[in-house]
Design a protein around this ligand. Structure first.
Ligand SMILES: Cc1cc2nc3c(=O)[nH]c(=O)nc-3n(C[C@H](O)[C@H](O)[C@H](O)COP(=O)(O)O)c2cc1C
Length: 220
């Protein structure tokens, strides 16, 4: 079942969902495959289809992936003031717009990571190491649109997603857990997926267009 949102609504209200991911509700495999079928229509360089996808829904494997993620983001069940101080100190979030909220939300995701009903793991065939800019851009650019399409298709079906790349800091650990041949494939990130709680989402804060757009030259 789809929500019947307009294209613009989907594009402007597909947020990174962390706190509102409902980890108590299973997500049917067919629904995930439906979103992925749509995602595979995304553009990709020379139509090489260099992507591979793993969907993790076995609770034991989810827990192993969660352990890697939590390790990277410095999350532990320890709620002591010292532990939270060290989390705050480690975070780059102090320097960014609405960083405290983001940090709070990021830890909420880390906390529930081991109970997620599904984690989508996009992979890219090949390695960018040592590649020139043309090839690097072509490689990343051939998978990211499909990942975003997945998020949009999920939103329209009442599913929340959170695009995360933190696990790339421990790529080998993720590859070991999932049996990914790391010499041939690149781990791009982890995409938690669950039905979202509540009805809708708001537009997010972004730098205003006037600050990021110039016409005809960089200085404008
Ligand atoms: C390339 C990329 C990497 C990201 N990595 C993480 C991550 O590791 N953990 C996380 O909680 N959110 C991650 N995010 C989500 C961003 O924090 C989020 O998009 C941003 O705060 C804006 O919020 P919004 O998506 O709700 O508009 C990532 C987003 C992108 C596009």
């Amino acid at each position: 079942m789809t929500l019947g949102l307009s294209v613009d609504e989907v594009l402007t209200t597909t947020r990174t969902v962390r706190k509102r991911l409902d980890v108590t509700r299973p997500v049917p495999r067919e629904l995930l495959e439906e979103c992925l079928e749509i995602a595979l229509q995304a553009p990709n360089g020379s139509n090489l289809n260099r992507w591979r996808w793993i969907i993790v829904d076995d609770p034991e494997v989810v827990a192993k992936v969660a352990a890697v993620y939590r390790n990277v983001v410095n999350w532990s069940p320890d709620q002591s003031p010292e532990a939270s101080d060290s989390r705050e100190a480690n975070a780059i979030y102090n320097r960014i717009e609405r960083g405290a909220q983001l940090l709070d939300s990021a830890f909420a995701l880390a906390e529930k990571f081991d109970r997620l009903p599904a984690i989508v793991v996009p992979l890219m065939r090949g390695r960018t190491d040592g590649q020139d800019l043309f090839n690097q851009s072509g490689m990343w650019g051939s998978v990211y649109p499909a990942i975003w399409s997945f998020c949009l298709a999920a939103r329209e079906r009442g599913l929340g997603t959170a695009w995360t790349t933190a696990s790339c800091m421990r790529e080998s650990d993720v590859c070991e857990v999932l049996g990914i041949p790391q010499a041939k494939f690149t781990h791009i990130g982890l995409l938690p997926v669950a039905f979202f709680e509540g009805d809708s989402f708001r537009k997010a804060w972004r730098k205003p267009l006037s600050e990021v757009l110039t016409w005809n030259s960089f200085e404008g």
